[in-house]
Design a protein around this ligand. Structure first.
Ligand code: HEM
Length: 455
């Protein structure tokens, strides 16, 4: 389609920076989850926060980054009109917990085991605060505390802290946050590969999508335009089990490090197997221009990077798929952050501490795309001709998982993969534009006037 660059001059000053910008590095911060007990104080909260919410145009000029996200229950609590509520997609209205079993959140990942308040319907507003240093973060937190203290009708449910680990590694030990889709008109993010640009409407409402027309957006247009959706997940990493699995399956011909790289598709430094098939190449892993600059075309059988590896499933690029689809409409913007203390190197027993990633997944179809990726590309292998094989690191294995490593003369098939990733909670959110935030912050009468004057 229409990757016409002129069609999408993005209104960067109205789009929240969390959508289009990479995180600062290093970073530390928190997600604050709130419940609105009183509608007018909920609107007051948004009024007070609005000046601090960073746009994609401003990023870089400030040391603190604030993003605001609102759940469906939050829109209800803010007294958004019924006609507008009905314009939101069903998955968003149902909430993530209600859809859990269909995406493999079963057993220990099921909502009855989630950390509270996830899955209760109590989460109305999520605020993300990110700073470059702890002292700046603490100062921003103080300001946020002062806003909350003045609003007794807003309940603080939980504060989830996170920080960039040395080398930007997730708890499993792998660098994250490398891949970033090339979006038409996005002049503000360094794109690290030469993939064909994807129409901006797939990521932000109000612009043409890959089919050449705008996706249906939340109404009124003043609310939907320049906004998007987020899938937020709290994912616990079972690091000890992962390491034990690697040790148990390593052989003289395939070290634990190579085995893990085959599962992820990248080495710990971020260097991709497609460019570094034998061993890690840290210089490549720190070269933003090169580490994402590859396709799978010259590896149709998966001899370098297994077809079922995590990054090859999640973005098959030019891999021939058994179930045909346009890969570009399933791309997402990811801004995961790590939480919890790393498990010290070589420790093979679980220490009972919580660690994992807060997974942030943005797209104009985030609830739908998230559910598609989970059901079709993580919890199944059919699209690659791999039958019931699931994603080796993010699959919902129940101790009976399999993973095929194509090799000459015959492939190796690993058995009995455990569930290395356990869901601790999650929610779908709407990421309003800055003007939509102001609309939401105004009274129902003011909203009606603003809507009628723009139609
Ligand atoms: C705890 C679970 C997970 C871990 C530890 C994990 C880790 C990683 C790592 C290390 C990368 C490579 C870095 C990069 O290319 O940016 C990656 C890439 C990616 N992951 Fe995950 N991931 C997890 C779950 C998920 C889930 C649930 C999804 C989607 C539903 C997902 C989607 C992606 C995508 C789209 C990419 C980029 C692939 C590319 O463009 O090449 N991940 N992940």
């Amino acid at each position: 389609m229409g990757t016409d660059q002129t069609a999408s001059k993005l209104e960067l000053e109205d789009i929240q920076s969390i959508i289009l910008r990479r995180r600062p590095s290093p970073y530390c911060g928190c997600h604050v989850l709130l419940r609105i007990e009183d509608a007018s104080q909920g609107r007051e909260l948004l009024r007070k926060l609005s000046p601090y919410v960073l746009s994609a145009a401003e990023y870089g000029r400030q040391e603190t980054w604030m993003a605001v996200v609102i759940t469906y229950q939050g829109l209800v609590a803010l007294e958004v009109p019924e006609s507008s509520l009905l314009s939101f997609p069903a998955a968003f209205r149902d909430g993530m917990a209600a859809r859990a079993s269909s995406v493999g959140d079963t057993g220990e990942s099921s909502p009855e085991h989630w950390d509270r308040p996830y899955g209760t319907g109590d989460i109305h507003v999520g605020i993300t605060l990110l700073s470059t240093t702890d002292s700046i973060f603490q100062a921003s937190l103080e300001k946020a505390r002062a806003v909350l203290a003045s609003l007794p009708g807003i309940t603080l449910l939980v504060r989830e802290d996170f920080a960039q680990t040395p080398g930007a590694r997730t708890p499993f030990g792998y660098k994250d946050g490398i891949s970033f889709p090339n979006i038409v008109g996005n002049v503000v993010s360094l794109i690290v590969d030469d993939e064909e640009p994807i129409a901006a409407g797939e990521f932000i409402f109000g612009y043409p999508g890959e089919a050449g027309r705008m996706l249906a957006m939340p109404q009124p247009a003043l609310l939907g335009r320049n906004g998007t959706f987020v899938s937020f997940r709290k994912l616990h990493s079972n690091v000890a089990a992962f390491r034990r699995f690697l040790n148990a399956n390593a052989t003289p011909a395939m070290s634990a490090e190579l085995l893990a790289a085959k599962m992820v598709g990248r080495w710990p430094s971020g260097a991709p197997l497609m460019l570094a098939p034998e061993q890690d190449a840290p210089e490549l892993g720190s070269d933003l221009q090169q580490m994402n600059n590859f396709t799978y075309g010259q590896d149709p059988k998966g001899l370098r990077c297994p077809i079922g590896a995590h990054i090859r499933r999640m973005n098959p690029r030019d891999t021939a798929l058994e179930v045909m689809t346009n890969v570009k409409i399933h791309r997402i913007i990811r801004h995961g952050t790590s939480y919890g203390p790393p498990l010290p190197e070589n420790v093979l027993e679980d220490d009972g501490k919580e660690r994992g990633i807060f997974f942030i997944f943005l797209s104009a179809k985030a609830p739908e795309t998230f559910e598609f990726l989970k059901k079709e590309w993580i919890n199944s292998g059919n699209f690659l001709g791999l039958g019931a094989e699931e994603d080796p690191i993010a699959g919902a294995h129940t101790g009976k998982g399999m993973f095929s490593i194509p090799m000459k003369p015959i492939r190796r098939r690993l058995q009995d993969l455990e569930r290395f990733t356990v869901t601790r909670g999650g929610e779908y959110g709407f990421v309003p534009s800055l003007s939509a935030l102001r609309w939401l912050a105004s009274s129902p009468a003011e909203r009606a006037t603003a809507t009628s004057s723009t139609t």
